[in-house]
Design a protein around this ligand. Structure first.
Ligand SMILES: *[C@@H]1O[C@H](CO)[C@@H](O)[C@H](O)[C@H]1NC(C)=O
Ligand SMILES: *[C@@H]1O[C@H](CO)[C@@H](O)[C@H](O)[C@H]1NC(C)=O
Ligand SMILES: *[C@@H]1O[C@H](CO)[C@@H](O)[C@H](O)[C@H]1NC(C)=O
Length: 478
């Protein structure tokens, strides 16, 4: 059931003095993205807890399926994280994973995994990146797991050889008693690519780099010395966490121009990957690093708005896909869903997926220097949607709003779907559910519920105006 509302009839907003006008180009402009991937918004599941997400968390499948229903393509999945470099493959194990922890909120310091782990990965209907161990320097062990993965996971997209090796230390087995420098990692990555791909007779298999940030180890530095081993590389991979728990700042996380500034450091690495003829991905990313989203801002609606705008801006920078990390079940503020509750950030991921679904290109209409974003979205050469985002931070008092006027529209009426919540700070577990087109996702199951609310605006002389409240986004269907 769809409820049609005349635009703005229900929103109580205080219009701001400033109006914004954007002309929607009739074809992708010069600063449009390259061809979009079928499903740019993906999910990363922490290695040790991947089987539990699939087997014990009812919402997992539906949360992924909701995204698939928008695009026709299952969101890409990456299985990895810190615990991939604590894991040893045990070919004789009949368990997916074996480990013990004192407290269920902990991640294990050591674990083994068996063939059922790989079989479970093979059951996923979307593409899979599997993160394997390099830190423990047991190359034969990693090759055995890689060989089984290549043979059994039909949708295997890539294998990682180590997670965030920029954090490996001189005392890790892989360092062989030497200093663990950027040069040492580059040489190690390349020799492991040779060995793994040589044994598997494979090329285009490795998700390379897998660095947290861009220093001291960088994609550009690695790509520079890859040489012939570049044929083994499937993609170059960065990890990005814009904030840390001690300095967590929600307004700064979700601010449109703040995001532009934060991701700029990756521009050089993304072009270095392109120069090698390989895509770049953010193979693991989330709002706040460490403690799986500490600092209080990760479970909020504002973190969902960050996801929405961050996806658009990183795609414009040239990345192909982003894998948002989901960590320890029950101890993971930034997680999109859990056993009992939904997480507000999921709404941002869902809305980003709606915006990009089945489109070819997006283009920025604004210059990324203000809090107000507008993106035109193209399919078959024509604009089909416009995404508007008002990143003004709203946490109390009266909600301000921004009027966006779009010109160059060709139909007589347009419709729109709104992403909103009471505040940027709203959290599902505090009873402040966000809504997407009036609907929400049920706790525990991720089933979409409620009546869909579609707004409608008339176009006159190719022009229509839209009001977007502070900390809200609107997807206009042209
Ligand atoms: C296969 O892996 C072994 C063990 O790591 C390594 O010594 C060997 O060089 C590899 N073979 C090829 C063809 O790369
Ligand atoms: C993209 O180009 C348009 C003109 O076509 C310009 O108005 C806009 O500021 C540009 N945005 C960025 C981020 O380059
Ligand atoms: C989810 O559960 C919380 C309580 O933890 C509740 O306040 C919220 O309204 C629920 N959300 C939905 C969509 O049912």
């Amino acid at each position: 059931m769809v409820v049609l509302l005349t635009a703005l009839s229900f929103a109580v907003h205080v219009p701001s003095a400033l109006g914004l006008t954007f002309s929607v180009p009739s074809e992708p402009p010069e600063n449009a993205s390259s061809q979009l991937a079928a499903a740019p918004v993906g999910v990363s599941l922490e290695f040790f807890t991947f089987p539990a997400y699939i087997n014990d968390v009812a919402a997992t499948e539906t949360c992924l399926q909701n995204l698939k229903d928008l695009t026709g393509t299952w969101p890409p999945l990456r299985i990895g994280g810190t615990t991939q470099d604590r894991a040893t493959y045990d070919a004789s194990s009949t368990e997916a994973v074996t480990y013990s922890v004192d407290d269920p909120a902990d991640a294990p310091g050591t674990l083994t995994y068996g063939p059922p782990f790989i079989s479970l990965a093979a059951e996923y209907k979307g593409s899979v990146i599997l993160g394997l161990n390099r830190r423990l320097n047991n190359q034969e062990n990693t090759i055995s797991a890689a060989a089984l993965a290549k043979d059994t996971i039909d949708n295997l997209y890539a294998i990682e050889l180590g997670n965030e090796p920029n954090f490996f230390s001189d005392s890790d087995p892989i360092a062989n008693g030497e200093s663990w420098t950027a040069a040492a990692d580059y040489a190690s990555q390349i020799s492991w690519q040779d060995a793994v791909c040589g044994n598997l007779s494979a090329s285009d298999l490795i998700s390379a780099g897998v660095y947290f940030g861009t220093s001291p180890m960088s994609i550009a530095g690695l790509a520079d010395v890859e040489g012939d081993a570049n044929t083994y590389v499937k993609d170059y991979c960065s990890h990005n966490y814009p904030q840390s728990p001690n300095t967590a700042d929600l307004a700064g996380l979700m601010g449109h121009s703040d995001i532009a500034g934060q991701i700029q450091e990756f521009a050089y690495d993304i072009s270095a990957a392109a120069a090698k003829g390989k895509p770049h991905i953010f193979g693991e990313t989330q709002s706040v690093s460490a403690t799986q989203g500490g600092g209080g801002i990760s479970p909020t609606f504002g973190a969902g708005l960050w996801i929405l705008d961050y996806v658009m801006q990183t795609i414009l920078l040239g990345t192909e896909a982003l894998y948002f990390h989901q960590g320890t079940i029950g101890n993971c503020p930034y997680c999109w869903w859990g056993r009992y509750n939904m997480g507000a950030p999921y709404y941002g991921a869902y809305f980003a997926t709606m915006a990009l679904a089945n489109a070819d290109h997006i283009a920025p209409l604004d210059d990324q220097t203000t809090p107000y974003a507008a993106y035109a979205i193209y399919k078959n050469g024509s604009p089909v949607r416009v995404l508007l985002y008002n990143s003004d931070y709203f946490a109390e008092g009266t909600r301000s709003s921004q009027t966006f006027t779009l010109t160059g529209l060709t139909s007589s009426t347009v419709t729109a779907k709104r992403l909103t919540a009471p505040y940027a700070t709203s959290r599902v577990d505090r009873g402040q559910d966000p809504t997407v087109a009036g609907q929400s996702f049920a706790n525990g199951t991720c089933t979409i519920q409620g009546e869909e609310v579609v707004e409608s605006s008339s176009v006159s002389s190719g022009e229509a105006s839209f009001t977007v409240g502070a900390s809200e986004a609107l997807l206009v269907y042209l």
